[in-house]
Design a protein around this ligand. Structure first.
Ligand SMILES: *Cc1c(COP(=O)(O)O)cnc(C)c1O
Length: 448
């Protein structure tokens, strides 16, 4: 049951009965039937597809439908799925033992690779991006002896209590919890500012500068669609933090080892000659396994236990199978791979603009390194979260489902970037182009 039928030259997905029955079973035993909310398709409606296997740039669902994957597990699958060398390395590592609870060589090799690619002096491994940002914030507070954290609206840093904050009414206000379950006191020390707004940063430092432990930002925003920092914005943040004795924390969980070989820092800091005090990594560096890290300046990192007083730990941190997957992925991610990813990202963006333009859908397609995303229903660039909210969700819903029906798996939300993998070949690009020719008119028909 369920297959890719032929409709002219366009392969069309048919049937999601098995996914639908798995979703019913899942909802009976898990809230919303998922283990991470965006997977439930609430923003776009319909039945989430349960995937059963993946290879290269193609996903196969439980009904046997195939899709070109432009989500790549939300970033990690840089090389594509089930890359033979990564699979072989993982199998060999697993056969040697899946966890020792002691130090082991793969975690040292992965740390060496991260230190070689980025400006950090030392790294500590953890198991998720959330843990990385949570620990980096704790370390920044421990190092500075200050409590206030500055973040930007629309930047996501995992589900850390104090970072799940929304701005209060004014521009320079302390955060309110963005979810029940987070006490006001936890976000009371979090200041939320509009992204790409140096004046707001200046204002907050002139009022609270001696209380600010750190500014945390995505190196390039990728969790409100793709919103690049304006030229000089990250450098300005690094400089402002230094002037006030605060730390600059650059969250590269999404962009690290993806936006370029050196992450987004390779596009701005490495060129402009500045470095963050702390950085966080995840996604690509785990090669599809739960591995993440934070790292930074030597004097700051040596404050961590067991060298210093700031406590941080993890039973599975630096896990030998996960770090082997990440290390193998990074070693295979050569300069040629990054050039190919750049080419693929610009090819798909051009297809997207052409298709939306031909169908008369108002749109802007934005990129940040190899991340990109369309905003439907607007033509002005998106600079911050309030811009990002000014788009047409109905148009995206129609577009998303038409792409899905035509065998292309996009993020099930218009607030997410699209991710390319090195494995996207001509066949996959062909499928994307054909799907776009059906989905753009669908978006036009649904445009408010
Ligand atoms: C995904 C993401 C995180 C959280 O990582 P998890 O592994 O999902 O906990 C943090 N920061 C950014 C920028 C991310 O994109």
């Amino acid at each position: 049951m369920g297959h890719l039928a032929s409709s002219g030259t366009i392969r069309v997905v048919s049937g999601s009965d098995v996914s639908a029955s798995l979703f019913d079973r899942a909802r009976a035993v898990s809230p919303g039937g998922v283990n991470s909310p965006v997977r439930a398709f609430k923003a776009v409606g319909g039945t989430p597809r349960f995937m059963s296997s993946a290879s290269g740039s193609w996903l196969t669902d439980a009904d046997g439908n195939r899709y070109v994957d432009l989500v790549a597990s939300w970033g990690p699958m840089l090389l594509g799925h089930a890359h033979p060398e990564v699979v072989a390395a993982v199998q060999a590592a697993a056969a040697r033992g899946t966890s020792f609870g002691t130090p082991s060589e793969p975690e040292v090799e992965l740390a060496e690779e991260i230190v070689a690619r980025t400006p950090v002096d030392l790294v500590r491994m953890v198991s998720s991006g959330t843990e990385a940002t949570m620990s980096a914030i704790r370390l920044a507070r421990g190092f500075t002896g200050r409590d206030v954290v500055v973040k930007f609206a629309g930047c996501y840093h995992g589900h850390v209590d104090s970072l799940l904050a929304e701005a209060g009414s004014g521009v320079v206000t302390f955060g309110l919890p963005g979810t029940p379950g987070v006490p006001d006191a936890f976000t009371a020390e979090t200041l939320v500012l509009p992204y790409n707004d140096p004046a707001a940063v200046r204002a907050v430092f002139s009022e609270h500068g001696d209380r600010i432990a750190c500014v945390i930002t995505e190196a390039a925003a990728g969790n409100m669609g793709a919103v690049a920092p304006e030229p000089g914005f990250n450098a300005f943040l690094a400089r402002t933090c230094r002037e006030h004795g605060a730390l600059f924390v650059s969250d590269e969980v999404m962009t690290g080892f993806r936006a370029s070989r050196q992450g987004y820092w390779g596009i701005d800091g490495a060129v402009e000659g500045w470095a963050p005090d702390l950085m966080t990594f995840g996604k690509v560096m785990g090669g599809g396994f739960p591995a993440a890290a934070f790292g930074g300046r030597e004097d700051v990192m040596r404050m961590l236990a067991p060298e210093g007083p700031v406590y941080q730990a993890g039973t599975l941190s630096g896990n030998p199978v996960a770090t082997t997957a990440g290390l193998t992925t990074l070693r295979l991610a050569t300069d040629e791979v990054y050039t190919h990813l750049d080419d693929l990202a610009s090819t798909i963006q051009t297809m997207l603009r052409d298709a939306l333009g031909a169908a008369g859908v108002p749109h802007v397609v934005q990129s940040a390194g190899t991340l990109f995303s369309p905003y439907l229903g607007r033509t002005e660039p998106v600079r911050d979260f309030s811009d990002a909210q000014d788009q047409d969700p109905a148009a995206y819903r129609a577009f998303f489902h038409a792409m899905l029906e035509h065998g292309v798996y996009l993020p099930p939300s218009s607030y997410e970037a699209w991710f390319v993998s090195d494995s996207l070949d001509d066949d996959a690009l062909d499928q994307i182009e054909k799907a776009l020719s059906a989905a753009a008119p669908a978006a036009a028909a649904a445009t408010a």
